[in-house]
Write a protein that binds this ligand. Structure first.
Ligand code: NDP
Length: 328
């Protein structure tokens, strides 16, 4: 890794962008030895707000920050970028059908995939946060000829962190003592948070999973619907925790996952665990600082298999819809 990296953040004027940018400038994402050139991208109507965020970042006087620029043009914003955080996406508005949402976002991520292929650095790594994140990542990847498919990922780290938090609450363990949790499938309510291979201190996750009532009626739905619970309590969607998870994702990709542990990453499938090739599906994965590698060979029981299959079926339907719309 070189000692200066260019990072582009889209949707920079939004809530997640606001929470992420300060942490990136402070060195939390790439490590304290790496200087950062920050590029903020947003829609023309949001550029003024992004400039306001940029003014606040300047006022942080961050030692690692080499430059800070605001753009409303994707090709300018991705020029030479090493890390692209694609946070901005079109939210579902009232009365919007699923096809309309996929179509609006398909156009955004098609354009961004093309721009990344044309102007980003040869070593670019992409994390899609904006929903529907998995399928947006698929669209970007399929429109980026020449960029290896494994460089396009989508965020399920927040779901992963939420699963660790719930498991910690249930067992009384601290997050640092919990490892090998997995989120499978789509970043949606169909995701399957899996603790059967987890470790909680000296205890096996499979042992904790014996409490089927807690597992099926509490743990799995609480993790999958946590976003909705936060909206109900806070009056707006999770932002700082999503930003934190995005930073964890890139941190572990670039600097490596801890020995003996893995994390959850939505990655293009090569057919692992029977997931159709090309889908961007969440798997257990490790990094040595280079590419993500899916952890293979985990035993999946009937309970897991049925849930993973349901989430993968949703990803197949999303892929078919964007294909029909001509985006992939
Ligand atoms: P946020 O910053 O709160 O969220 C941005 C995206 O992240 C949304 O799609 C949101 O999905 C998604 N997301 C993924 N995981 C989570 C999670 N766990 N919790 C919350 N959100 C999650 O949105 P804002 O509306 O505050 O800001 C969006 C910005 O993006 C605006 O400034 C807008 O102008 C910009 N934008 C930029 C585009 C571009 O650069 N081309 C295109 C479109 C918008 P969900 O909506 O499902 O919660």
């Amino acid at each position: 890794m070189s000692d200066t990296m260019t990072v582009t953040v889209t949707g920079a004027a939004g809530n997640i962008g606001y929470a992420a940018l300060f942490r990136i400038a402070a060195g939390d994402m790439l490590g304290e030895g790496i200087r950062v050139k920050l590029r903020l991208l947003d829609l023309p109507g949001a550029v003024r707000a992004a400039e306001g965020t940029a003014m606040e970042i300047e006022d942080g006087a961050f030692a690692l920050l080499d430059s800070l620029d605001v753009y409303d043009d994707a090709r300018a914003a991705f020029d030479g970028t090493d890390i692209a955080l694609l946070i901005g996406s079109r939210p579902r508005s009232k009365g919007m059908e699923r096809a309309d949402l996929l179509s609006a976002n398909g156009a955004i991520f098609q354009e961004q995939g093309r721009a990344i292929a044309d102007v980003a650095s040869d070593r670019v790594r992409v994390l899609v946060v904006g929903n529907p994140a998995n399928t947006n990542a698929l669209v970007a990847a399929e429109n980026a000829p020449g960029v290896p498919g494994e460089r396009f990922t989508a965020l399920t780290r927040l779901d992963h962190n939420r699963a660790i938090a719930q498991l910690g609450k249930h067992t009384g363990a601290a997050a640092r003592d919990i490892s090998r949790v997995t989120i499978w499938g789509n970043h949606s309510a169909t995701q399957y948070p899996d603790i059967f291979h987890a470790r909680v201190g000296d205890r096996a996750g499979a042992d904790i999973a014996q409490d089927r009532d807690w597992l099926e009626n509490d743990f799995v739905p609480t993790v999958a619907r946590r976003g909705t619970a936060i909206i109900e309590a806070r009056g707006s969607s999770s932002a700082a925790s999503a930003a934190n998870a995005a930073i964890d994702h890139v941190h572990d990709w670039v600097l490596g996952t801890p020995d003996g542990d893995w994390t959850s990453v939505a990655l293009r499938s090569h057919g692992e665990y029977g997931v159709p090739e090309g889908l961007v599906c969440s798997f257990p994965a490790t990094s040595d600082g280079g590419d993500w590698k899916v952890v293979e060979g985990l035993d999946l029981g009937e309970f897991a298999r049925a849930r993973i299959d349901a989430s993968v079926a949703e990803l197949v339907a999303e892929r078919d819809a964007v294909r029909e719309l001509g985006f992939a």
